[in-house]
Design a protein around this ligand. Structure first.
Ligand code: SF4
Ligand code: SF4
Length: 175
């Protein structure tokens, strides 16, 4: 079975910000001139055990078989339980529509379904973002995981899917 994930090579990340992908600055830390600093992009982690799905009273938040967590706007009542349940604050309430609904990173499921990569992966100028099947050893994400020190955000039982690679500096992320 496919298990789609995003992997981010933090050694290549130059910290560009997009709406559904907040970018934290970690550091600087250390003593001059031995300083460390890196960027940590945080978007939906497409968790293996997503709390946003567990708390949703209507079934609007759901996880596909390939691992992507999505929101069905036709079922969303805007209660924002999922916003409170997400440990990483990556869900946004959008009241600009007829009714308030939740928005977040969709991993560009509409592009993946056409055999393409997510837009952030295609257009990342640092080529820091990778996409693929974590269970396929030949995928771009598996190859990065095999060659780098890898990390995840703090796991509070939701099992985040995004994998971060960092070799240059010591991980001071949310682990
Ligand atoms: Fe849900 Fe938050 Fe996990 Fe995304 S990161 S799947 S919104 S709990
Ligand atoms: Fe579900 Fe929408 Fe409520 Fe979130 S805001 S918990 S997606 S119904």
């Amino acid at each position: 079975m496919t298990r789609n994930i995003i992997a981010v090579d933090l050694d290549s990340c130059i910290g560009l910000r997009t709406y559904y992908n907040k970018v934290l600055t970690v550091g600087p830390s250390g003593t001059y001139p031995d300083l460390e600093m890196y960027y940590l992009p945080v978007s939906c982690q497409h968790c293996d055990n997503p709390e946003c799905v567990s708390v949703c009273p209507t079934g609007a938040s759901y996880k596909r078989e390939d691992g992507i967590v999505l929101v069905d706007h036709s079922k969303c009542i805007g209660c924002q339980y999922c916003v409170m349940a997400c440990p990483y604050g990556v869900r946004t309430y959008d009241e600009s529509r007829d009714k308030g609904v939740i928005e977040k990173c969709t991993m560009c499921a509409h592009l993946i379904d056409k055999g393409e990569k997510p837009a952030c992966v295609k257009h990342c100028p640092g080529q820091a973002r990778l996409f693929g099947d974590a269970d396929d050893p030949e995928s771009d994400v598996s190859k990065m995981i095999a060659r780098k020190s890898t990390h995840k955000l703090t796991d509070v039982g939701n099992h985040p899917g995004v994998t971060y690679g960092l070799d240059k500096f010591s991980w001071k992320g949310d682990e």
